[in-house]
Design a protein around this ligand. Structure first.
Ligand code: NAD
Ligand code: ZN
Length: 247
């Protein structure tokens, strides 16, 4: 493992443009469960609740689960060492941006600035009828369960549901990063969600070296990963940071 860590650090040191691509696994050590894997949410819930057509037809039952699986965890979640590592690297000019599939706002909370929220955010919501914007939290949901305080319309959280498109501005910014990247650090994603999972393949085609951190192999590992660092994101990132700080 030590030799893999030093090879990964060398790639990051030599790269003039480095991007990170993160998924639910980076936030597991912050107490937010992922979708897939053995303790993943889909072992308890039906993914249909995050389908846009289902949400519009059954907002009450969809909202009940959304509050339980996201907002109740999220209210108390703090960034862990992996989020802090990426923020530190950005501050030092070692990485240029983070593309995240996560909606938990933890990269911003850790201090990262150039964050592309590919699937939107839990932080805000919008009335589907009048466009009124809400700052979301578990508390707000207790007071105004899913109904707009202005017009009574359905409030939808600003994350991308299954069946919805990716916001265009974020898509373009992400693609730009991916094409420029000389190194891509993939952390905690199974790589099963389209179209996000295409980004690392595009990076590889454009010549990026791929460093991957995950507790398990993903769809990327045997296909495009150059250095696979197997383990928990927070622990591996600590080792990598120590190596990068060595003179
Ligand atoms: P996923 O649930 O499909 O996969 C999680 C991945 O993380 C797996 O490959 C797993 O092996 C790995 N993992 C688990 N614990 C880890 C740890 N401690 N360190 C490193 N890796 C670990 O997640 P995904 O690929 O991001 O796709 C799911 C979609 O779910 C995303 O689009 C995202 O929007 C959404 N989601 C977001 C959150 C969040 O915002 N925190 C949580 C759940 C789901
Ligand atoms: Zn409204």
């Amino acid at each position: 493992m030590d030799s893999l860590i030093s090879q990964a650090a060398k790639i990051i040191r030599n790269s003039k443009y480095t991007t990170a691509f993160t998924g639910a696994g980076i936030s597991v050590e912050s107490g937010i469960p992922p979708f897939r894997g053995k303790d993943g949410l889909w072992s308890q819930y039906n993914p249909q609740i995050l389908d846009i057509d289902y949400f519009v037809g059954n907002p009450a039952s969809s909202w009940k689960v959304i509050k339980t699986i996201f907002y109740d965890f999220w209210d108390n979640a703090e960034p862990n060492n992996a989020h802090l590592f990426l923020a530190e690297l950005e501050k030092n000019g070692r990485i240029q941006s983070v593309i995240t599939q996560n909606i938990d706002n933890l990269h911003y909370k850790a201090g990262s600035k150039n964050v592309r929220e590919f699937h939107g955010t839990l932080k805000t919501g919008m009335c589907m009828d009048c466009g009124y914007k809400f700052e979301m939290s578990s508390e707000i949901l207790k007071k105004f369960p899913l109904k707009c305080i202005d017009c009574g319309g359905i409030v939808k959280p600003d994350f991308v549901f299954f069946g919805e498109g990716i916001p265009e501005d974020v898509q373009w910014l992400s693609l730009d990063d991916i094409k420029k990247a000389e190194a891509l650090i993939i952390i905690g994603t199974s790589g099963e969600v389209m179209p996000a999972c295409q980004l690392p393949f595009i990076a590889k085609e454009n010549g990026a070296k791929i460093i991957e951190i995950n507790t398990e192999k993903s769809v990327f590992t045997d296909e495009i990963t150059d250095i696979f660092l197997q383990g928990k994101a927070g622990e591996i990132c600590d080792k990598l940071l120590r190596e990068l700080l060595r003179k």
